[in-house]
Design a protein around this ligand. Structure first.
Ligand SMILES: [Zn+2]
Ligand SMILES: [Zn+2]
Length: 404
């Protein structure tokens, strides 16, 4: 989606026409650069101490679409902390393009256990393990009505499903980054503190979506409050605890007309899904006009020319405040005096960036080799001479790792 316009929401700035800033600022000499590009280039801007940066790394639906991954929001706070809220299917491609060292992406908060909210955990877990994470992942997620419906059960069985992956990597890599610690909290808790470290507080409250377990989150830092609704029908807890939000993210679904015309749903199904299971645009608008956050973000709809105007018109029937129609790679800078929305411009070929902690060497000792002699003895020795100078040369280049 080509959004090139910067949106400045500061009260003071709103009285000025955008042209007052100049298109990209003023380029004073033929050799100087435009001071304002209206876009965010990963890794090029440090965050002020009292500022928050929010990325939409996934805003779409459970079925794959190259233009929109499933739900994932990344929050960076001015103290240097980073928090992933949901890692929906496909979203790690957008997260990776931000080129943040994997060691800084170790905290994941899961709103509920639908695949479009945690389907890319496998990519973060194994991909980050191969690309520089030096410590276990930490996951916070809700309990369910029974233990089998909770986050601890889900992660325990995730690791069982990926047992072959873990067993083979444990031998070749260091096992530590392949571990996951889970902090499962009560999904019924109302505005309960589930995380409090380093001046950041994260709270949860129940959401109404598909069954017991889904929650909404609020992150508080430097007097700022970011609410991440997850999936939910409008509910009393959100209306109570999302008050005073600087940013309020809430699902906003495709219209019943769109569900019939583009999804091939029956009118009966479309009406139920579009107005009773999910949050219709008019209902999203009513939530926001009642709560009056500084800025609202609508997500969880396929955002394209065929769909976005009907959704926007629906929202505007009940809400006239600031709103973003979320698309992947949108980014917001949030401070006390302004909220700025831009698009991230990133490379399709991002490499993992190393953090300050060097990657740990493989352990080997005490870790079972998952390969038996049956397979090992099938190695073709015909490549031995071709490989020997490669191995010897590399060892000479890294005497600290291999000895002289
Ligand atoms: Zn869901
Ligand atoms: Zn969802």
């Amino acid at each position: 989606m080509g959004r090139s316009k910067i949106v400045i929401l500061a009260v003071a700035a709103m009285s000025l026409p955008l042209s007052a800033f100049g298109a990209g600022g003023i380029v004073k000499t033929p050799n100087s650069v435009a001071p304002d590009r209206y876009v965010y280039y990963p890794g090029t801007e440090s965050l002020a101490k009292d500022e928050i940066r929010l990325f939409a790394c996934g805003t779409g639906m459970p079925a794959a679409r190259r233009d929109q991954a499933a739900t994932c929001f990344l929050v960076e706070t001015g103290n240097g902390d980073k928090f992933l809220f949901d890692v929906g299917t496909g979203s790690m491609m957008n997260v990776a393009a931000l080129m943040i060292p994997y060691d800084f992406l170790d905290k994941v908060f899961i709103s509920h256990l639908h695949t479009d909210h945690w389907g890319d955990l496998a990519t973060l877990w194994a991909g980050g393990w191969t690309a520089g994470r030096t410590k276990p992942l930490r996951i916070w997620g809700p309990s369910g009505a029974t233990p089998e419906m909770g986050t601890q059960y889900a992660v325990d069985h995730f690791l069982k499903a990926f047992n072959w992956d873990a067993a083979t990597r444990n031998f070749k890599l260091n096992p530590e980054p392949g571990k996951i610690t889970v902090k499962e909290f009560d999904y019924k808790g109302e505005n309960q503190v589930i995380y409090q470290e380093n001046d950041v507080t994260i709270r949860s409250w129940p959401a109404i979506h598909a069954g017991d377990g889904p929650v909404s989150f609020a992150l508080e830092y430097a007097g700022l409050k970011i609410v991440i609704g997850g999936d939910t029908f409008p509910n009393k807890w959100f209306m109570k605890h999302a008050q005073d939000a600087d940013i309020a993210i809430h699902e906003c679904f495709l219209t019943p007309d769109t569900l019939v015309q583009w999804y091939g749903q029956s009118p009966q199904q479309a009406l139920g899904v579009g107005t009773a299971v999910h949050t219709a645009p008019q209902a999203f608008g009513k939530v926001m006009s009642t709560l009056k956050p500084r800025h609202a973000i609508a997500y969880h709809f396929l955002n394209e020319e065929a769909t976005r105007y009907a959704i926007y018109d629906g929202i505007r029937q009940t809400y006239d405040g600031p709103v973003s129609m979320a698309a992947d790679n949108m980014v917001w800078n949030i401070s006390k005096d302004k909220i700025v929305e831009r698009m991230t411009v990133s490379t399709n070929q991002a490499w993992a960036v190393s953090g300050p902690t060097p990657a740990p060497a493989p352990l080997k000792a005490g870790v079972a080799d998952p390969m038996t002699d049956f397979i090992r003895q099938g190695r073709w020795e015909g490549v031995k001479e071709a490989l020997a100078p490669v191995v010897e040369g590399f060892k000479k280049e890294h005497p600290d790792a291999f000895g002289k």
